[in-house]
Design a protein around this ligand. Structure first.
Ligand code: TNX
Length: 518
């Protein structure tokens, strides 16, 4: 099938032989102003071309996009028309490239945005100038939830970094940004109901870095930027473990560090009331059952719900080895009900599936291995039994913080050693948790934990190109069910994205597994 550099692979791609659209500054863009604006910026970044304004709109050659109403461009002049037409499933689009006309038709605004992203992947340099090869594309997502997660707790990442990463993800048709906002090393979102969290527990990070936090205005700015890129923000406060930092601010809700049999991972041991800068996990816990703790949880989740327009609140639930089992089950069940009562859908890591009485419809996020161990699959199935669904984040496939190769300077290796691009590509969502079907899967999410990740360059170095493999698992048909949905095709298609990624400023490593187009 296609050798066009399209990732994630569209449902249907039919090249039009001998047809080429010449992309010059005389092309006008007509249709939906938002989508035209996105396209104008992408074309400018990729090619340096300012598209000429159409009759009746702004002057030629200036930075503003040249919009026109459909059909108002001069006869005979080349046009790119981008319009929502309401046809097809949510987030779907159709794209046709003919000699003198490109049309992108979205079922909705998101579908149109994805059609524009696909169009940007098609732009290529030739001896005759910039061209778009003739093609017919019909495309729709496989899963409704297509996420990336960024841990802003182990190292803090500021608004500019978060928005740069979400734009990268949106260009690969991800529609969820999950922010891991709290962990042992720091609390990253200011809350008026609990001001000590950021006053006392935000100025630290792994390795003793500076830390930092988002004000509520910062958080709103991220949400707005995400929305402009058709992404929903899913915020996470991780509880009842991963809460050492909470004890710096509100000691009455924190249990003493549980250090019995604990692995310091080569770093310092945690001390109650002092910042923790190591990379160990599983020693901290809230004080379960204390009225102070219940009040704390109610406060932080109420304010988070108020600040968050999206439908989901994630409450963690992972690696709570410092919390007695019965307390853990009681805590996650209560917390899921608090979130449901706030009108939001709870999400938790799969361990919370041990609780018999989670709020109905709670979503489970599976982070076990591609071949489940230690009953992780059983925990995940419990969410389906409770009327919820599952998000798949198998750690040895989509954990972007795993080293891509043994000699990579950044990253961890606990999930079956380094994760090659081929391994990141070669898994099927329906084959991870036995007994759950496609309908039980809400979607796929690729987390990036940031113990070793300090800035956007580090993010790019670990996320790329593997995040493109996760995008294909989330968006495209199952591997092997369509021509082109194969590893061999993927490594060529990704390679063709090198020039686009370079112009977008992405510092992707030149993975030797890819056949890059220079
Ligand atoms: C496991 S995955 C964790 C995180 C670590 C990550 C490192 C999960 C729910 N918990 O606390 O950062 O491994 O890969």
């Amino acid at each position: 099938m296609t050798s066009l550099p399209l990732v994630p692979l569209p449902s249907s791609v039919t090249p039009a032989k001998g047809v080429t659209f010449a992309l010059t500054h005389t092309v006008s863009v007509t249709g939906d102003p938002d989508a035209a604006g996105v396209l104008h910026r992408l074309i400018l970044t990729r090619t340096g071309l300012h598209l000429t304004a159409s009759p009746g709109s702004a002057e030629p050659g200036i930075a503003e996009p040249g919009f026109a109403e459909p059909g108002t461009a001069e006869p005979g002049r080349a046009v790119i028309d981008v319009t929502v037409d309401g046809d097809g499933p949510p987030e779907s689009y159709r794209l046709t490239v003919a000699d003198n006309r490109v049309t992108v038709r979205g079922a909705d605004a998101a579908g149109l945005f994805y059609g524009v992203q696909t169009l940007s992947q098609l732009i290529t340099g030739s001896p005759e100038g910039w061209v778009i090869p003739g093609v017919d594309i019909d495309d729709a997502p496989r899963f409704a939830y297509r996420g990336v997660m960024l841990d802003v707790a182990r190292h803090f990442h500021d608004v500019a970094t978060v928005t740069a990463y979400l734009e990268r993800a949106a260009s690969l048709k991800f529609n969820v940004l999950h922010l891991h906002l709290s962990d042992d090393q720091g609390w990253r979102l200011a809350l008026t109901r609990r001001p000590e969290l950021t006053a006392r527990a935000a100025a630290s990070a792994v390795g003793g870095g500076a830390g930092g936090f988002f004000t509520s205005d910062d958080y709103r700015a991220i949400i707005a930027h995400a929305a402009a890129n058709h992404m929903t923000v899913v915020p996470e406060f991780d509880m009842p473990g991963h809460t050492h930092a909470v004890g710096l601010a509100y000691p009455e809700v924190a249990a003493p560090p549980a250090l019995d049999g604990w692995d310091a991972a080569g770093g310092p041991s945690p001390v109650a009331g002092e910042t923790y800068t190591g990379m160990g996990v599983g020693f901290s816990s809230l004080r379960i059952g204390a009225p102070e703790t219940d009040a704390f949880v109610d406060d932080i989740l109420t304010e988070l719900a108020e600040l968050t327009p999206g439908p989901y609140l994630h409450f963690g639930g992972d690696e709570a080895h410092g919390t007695p089992a019965a307390d853990f089950a009681a805590f996650v069940a209560r917390t899921s009900r608090v979130i449901a009562d706030l009108g939001k859908t709870p999400i938790a890591w799969h361990e919370a599936g041990v609780a018999a009485d989670l709020a109905p419809g709670t979503i489970g996020q599976y982070w076990g291995l591609v071949s489940p161990t230690d009953g992780a699959d059983e925990r995940a199935r419990a969410f389906v039994a409770g009327g919820g669904r599952v998000i798949l984040s198998p750690a040895d496939a989509v954990y972007l913080d795993m080293k891509p190769a043994a000699d990579s300077p950044l990253g961890l290796t606990w999930a079956n050693g380094p994760t090659s691009l081929e391994r990141a590509y070669s898994w099927e969502p329906c084959e991870i948790v036995p007994g759950i079907s496609e309908d039980d899967i809400l979607g796929v999410e690729a987390p990036l934990w940031t113990e070793t990740v300090r800035d956007l360059d580090d993010i790019d170095a670990l996320a790329f190109p593997r995040v493109a493999a996760a995008a294909e698992a989330a968006w495209s048909v199952p591997a092997g069910t369509a021509a082109g949905r194969t590893w061999e095709s993927f490594r060529k298609r990704v390679g063709g994205l090198g020039p686009l990624w370079t112009t977008l400023g992405i510092r992707f490593p030149a993975s030797p597994e890819v056949s890059w187009t220079l």
